[in-house]
Design a protein around this ligand. Structure first.
Ligand SMILES: [Zn+2]
Length: 199
C-alpha cells in the first residue's frame, strides 16, 4: 500500500501510530529500501525506535530538535530512540540523497557504539553503509563532496566539514573498535542525548 504509506509518512508522528507504523517506524532510504537500526543488547538484536517530526519539504524546523536533522534521546526505560526532523532531512536530501541516508546510519551508530563522539559515529555509519552494500566508490565520492562543501560546523565535528571528513577517513583507516563487532554487550541503555547539528 505505498500510497497509503506515503500519506501516513506525510503526516505527523502522532498520526503515524494510526497508520500502523508506530514508534518503531523504519527509515526509508533514498533507494526505496526500508531499513531499521538494530543494535546488539545482552546478546540479542534490538530494533531502535524511530520518531519523525515536522512537515517535510514545507514548513520550518521542528522546535523539539532545534534545527538538528536528527537526535538520539533516552526513553523512560533507559533505551534510546532516534528522532528525525523531516524538514531538515528533506533539505539535506535535496542536496544529497546519500547524505540524508548517512544521517540515519550516523544516529544508529551513536547508539550501536554507545558514543557521543561525532567522528566515531560518522566512521561507523560509513562502515555500516559499506557492510550492507550501500556505499560504492561513487557513493563514497558523493559523501566526500558533501562533507567538503559543508563549511563551518560545530567544534565537536571538527570545526569544518573538510576536517570532519578527514577525521572520519582517519578513523576508517584504523582497526574497527571491538564494540562495533556486536560481540561486546552494547545496548541502548547508556546513550546520552545527542543533538546532531543541521548540515
Ligand atoms: Zn552525531
Amino acid at each position: 500500500m505505498p500510497n497509503k504509506m506515503a500519506r501516513c509518512i506525510a503526516r505527523s508522528a502522532a498520526l503515524l501510530a494510526l497508520c500502523g507504523a508506530g514508534p518503531a517506524a523504519a527509515f526509508e532510504r533514498s533507494d526505496g529500501q526500508t531499513v531499521s537500526c538494530e543494535v546488539e543488547y545482552a546478546g540479542r538484536s534490538v530494533k531502535v525506535a524511530e520518531e519523525y517530526v515536522g512537515n517535510g519539504p514545507v514548513g520550518t524546523t521542528h522546535p523539539a530538535l532545534g534545527g538538528s536533522a536528527a537526535v538520539v534521546r533516552r526513553n523512560r526505560d533507559g533505551s534510546s530512540r532516534m528522532i528525525f526532523d523531516r524538514f531538515v532531512m528533506e533539505r539535506i536530501a535535496q542536496r544529497s540523497k546519500l547524505a540524508a541516508d548517512l544521517v540515519f546510519y550516523h544516529e544508529c551508530a551513536h547508539i550501536r557504539l554507545q558514543t557521543d563522539d561525532e567522528i566515531e559515529a560518522n566512521c561507523e555509519a560509513v562502515r555500516q553503509m559499506r557492510e550492507v552494500g550501500y556505499l560504492d566508490d561513487d557513493g563514497y565520492a558523493a559523501l566526500t563532496a558533501w562533507h567538503e562543501n559543508m563549511g563551518r560546523v560545530a567544534p565537536r565535528y571538527g570545526g569544518t566539514g573538510r576536517v570532519f571528513w578527514q577525521r572520519t577517513e582517519a578513523c576508517l583507516a584504523r582497526d574497527r573498535p571491538p564494540t562495533a563487532t556486536g560481540t561486546t554487550v552494547a545496548g541502548p541503555a547508556a546513550t546520552p542525548a545527542i543533538e546532531d547539528a543541521a548540515q
